[in-house]
Design a protein around this ligand. Structure first.
Ligand SMILES: Nc1ncnc2c1ncn2[C@@H]1O[C@H](COP(=O)(O)OP(=O)(O)OP(=O)(O)O)[C@@H](O)[C@H]1O
Length: 233
């Protein structure tokens, strides 16, 4: 078994003449929590969509557990997209059923428990939930899969601080040691203490990557401070 669950080589993607990814190389080891950090427009979502097979790269390679993004890799990757893809007219309980029918690795008990802890009514239609509650539901669906890789694109932007703390705690509690979690976000101070590794993306290139403790020690600052300095407006 490879040490790295995801290996990316010289990955390129342009939209017209806009280079969103300029030939990036990334290795993501198994069993780690990785923060994918970068300002707006740095290429985070483009990278995540390519890993999930929703966009085709113009060049380079992506390997997930030794496989190209495909139906096979979707079975082991649980993905939270940046925008909702769920049918707003469905009740929470119907979406649970849908997930449980669709994904063999979906743990219904876990999902029901997390919804209960956050006081989310399973009889409610998604369209009647607040933005933050909707985000919580989607995150619970994604985290209730017993996947090898979780990829979360901006998971907690609309969630209130108490909810965020609960969600991060829940992520950690449910997280098996063999799984890998990638979180793309700009809420760095909130997630830096749960991350083992970080990858900084800027203008389609990786500007810094490595172990969080080593980077903090070497630079004598928090990841949040390094980010603010690097990307000062
Ligand atoms: N469908 C598209 N058509 C044209 N340009 C695009 C498209 N999607 C993204 N881009 C451009 O590619 C670059 C990278 O965008 P991307 O969405 O990957 O960034 P991001 O880091 O996820 O940003 P954010 O934090 O704002 O979500 C940006 O300059 C963006 O304008």
């Amino acid at each position: 078994m490879d040490r790295n669950i995801i290996e990316i080589k010289n990955l390129k993607k342009s939209y017209g003449n806009k280079e969103a990814l300029k030939g990036i190389d990334i290795n993501i080891p198994r069993g780690k929590i990785v923060g994918l950090l970068g300002p707006n427009g740095s290429g985070k979502s483009t990278l995540i969509k390519i890993i999930n097979g929703l966009l085709q790269p113009d060049g380079g390679e992506v390997n997930i557990n030794g496989l190209k993004p495909s139906i096979e890799t979707k079975k082991i990757v649980s993905y939270l997209p940046e925008r909702t893809y769920l049918n707003e007219w469905m009740k929470v309980k119907d979406i649970l059923k849908f997930f449980s029918d669709f994904y063999d690795d979906f743990n219904m008990g876990k999902a029901v428990e997390m919804l209960g802890n956050l006081n989310i009514d399973r009889e409610e239609k998604l369209k009647n939930l607040s933005k933050g509650t909707k985000e919580k539901v989607q995150l619970i669906l994604v985290m209730a899969r017993e996947a090898e890789v979780y990829i979360l694109d901006e998971p907690i932007g609309g969630v209130d601080p108490a909810g965020r703390a609960y969600i991060l705690k829940t992520i950690l509690q449910n997280f098996s040691e063999n799984s890998t979690l990638i979180i793309a976000t700009h809420l760095i101070s909130e997630i830096e203490n749960i991350c083992d590794e970080v990858i900084f993306l800027a203008y389609g290139s990786v500007t810094l990557s490595g172990n969080v403790d080593e980077i903090r020690e070497e630079k004598g600052k928090s990841i949040d401070s390094i980010f603010r300095e690097e990307f000062r407006c």
